[in-house]
Design a binder for this molecule. Structure first.
Ligand SMILES: *Cc1c(COP(=O)(O)O)cnc(C)c1O
Length: 423
């Protein structure tokens, strides 16, 4: 669906109307390149599919928090799901509406709660009894009333990677079904809290609708039990987690997802909300990198590139698979050394887990450019300065135009906050 924004023309890969070769020349590599048209198309598709079913789509900022991206989504009417005070500040700096922000996460600090209460956010997704009490005390101290939704853990198997599964009993997230009802009773009794909703989030990169249906049905049972107990909710938030297509995964149809929600919540008057991250931005970005050295060997062929796990950690962290393509296609017959080989695409970092891709059939020469696809989500946001590597720049393409939306980090900034001892 997004392929038309990242197409090949005369053997060269483009992002919209700009060749990636031009972008590399102007901005250097490694560089994250986003397509504004791809981002807007997905955002529009999301809102259209959920129109009339989901009242508020809160984009999960942690998938990609660049201000330009947040701002474009805010202009489209998206709300935001945040997990830290830093993300709150980002959303506000990007022009997001505080009344459309929900605050998730198991470890909110008092300072973060204060900032969110002062900003006047939509609600806190509370994840434990202790957090509820601290939030109540914090709100009392500020003379505010905190809007509260409790994140319940529906104990369903989202059938995804164990590191990104969050809705099982053994995960640290949410409150168990058994505890949740008692916690709601506690919450309604506290004058500095206003109970507004219920929330779940069962994992990430989910490719089947069945776990959502199962979890939503369980959630509804709890909503009914609460209602019978005199606790009426204003909203039901079904979380995020919709998978992207990296390789050949079947992605969940947004229309089918909306249909499932209409079926499960038929006849209910609560506003429905959701918190997608990955699915909104994954397809909108590629990581552009250049081959430094080719190191063919007896058992493996290594293509050492200028991007590393510090730029894109998902392969090292979860063994994630990203598509990799040559920006300029070489034909295997041009020169005898240009035979197709199976390459491991690795970075310069001193870790054996520093790979971007493994065993990819490509015809490569040193100096060639590669595009690592589906790199709009959980990519730049996870970058680090390990090995004193400055973070890559990020650019946004719009037709033939391109804007730097984050400058390449300057090396001297890396130690700006460090001090040498005087003796
Ligand atoms: C990460 C997260 C999301 C978004 O997950 P995606 O898989 O990116 O859609 C939504 N809600 C919460 C609470 C999260 O932690």
């Amino acid at each position: 669906m997004m392929t038309n924004f990242f197409q090949e023309r005369n053997g060269t890969r483009y992002v919209e109307d700009l060749a990636l070769t031009d972008i590399a020349e102007r901005f250097g590599t490694p560089c994250y390149v986003y397509s504004r048209a791809a981002l807007t198309a997905t955002a529009d598709e999301f809102l259209a599919a959920m129109d009339g079913t989901v009242d508020l789509v809160c984009y999960a900022v942690k998938a990609n928090g660049n201000l330009a991206i947040l701002n474009l989504l805010a202009r489209k009417g998206f709300g935001f799901d945040i997990v830290s005070g830093g993300e709150l500040a980002r959303v506000l700096a990007a022009g997001g509406d505080p009344a459309k922000i929900m605050f998730s996460g198991v470890g909110k600090t008092v300072a973060e709660m204060e900032a969110a209460l002062q900003a006047g956010i939509l609600c806190f997704n509370v994840e434990s009894a202790s957090e509820l009490n601290v939030l109540a005390a914090t709100a009392t101290r500020l003379g505010k009333v905190a809007p509260v939704s409790i994140r319940v853990n529906p104990d369903v198997d989202a059938k995804t990677h164990p590191y990104i599964s969050t809705g099982l009993k053994e995960n640290k997230f949410g409150v168990s079904f058994d505890e949740a009802h008692a916690l709601y009773r506690q919450a309604v009794a506290l004058p500095s809290l206003r109970v507004t909703g219920i929330d779940m989030h069962i994992g990430s990169q989910i490719t089947e609708i069945a776990p959502y249906r199962e979890a939503a049905e369980k959630l509804l049972q709890l909503v009914r039990a609460l209602e019978a107990d005199g606790i009426a909710l204003e909203h039901i938030d079904v979380g995020g987690g919709l998978g992207a297509r990296y390789r050949d995964e079947q992605t969940i149809s947004l229309a089918a997802f909306a249909q499932m929600l209409r079926e499960v919540f038929a006849g209910r008057s609560e506003r429905l909300m959701m918190e997608p991250g990955r699915r909104v931005v994954a397809d909108a970005g590629v990581l552009l990198t250049r081959v430094l050295y080719l190191k063919p060997g007896e058992t493996k062929n290594f293509a050492i590139v200028d991007a590393a796990m510090t730029d894109l950690m998902r392969p090292a962290l979860y063994g994630a698979w990203h598509p990799v393509s040559a920006v300029t296609k070489r034909s295997a017959t041009e020169k005898s050394s240009d035979s197709e080989k199976s390459w491991d695409i690795v970075g310069p970092v001193c870790e054996s887990s520093d790979f971007l891709a493994q065993a990819r059939p490509l015809v490569l020469r040193e100096g060639d450019l590669l595009a690592v696809g589906v790199a709009g989500a959980y990519s730049m946001v996870m970058s680090s300065n390990y090995n004193a590597r400055p973070r890559a720049c990020e650019v946004m393409v719009d037709g033939k135009e391109v804007t730097v939306i984050r400058a390449r980090e300057e090396i001297k900034k890396l130690w700006e906050m460090e001090r040498i001892l005087s003796k």
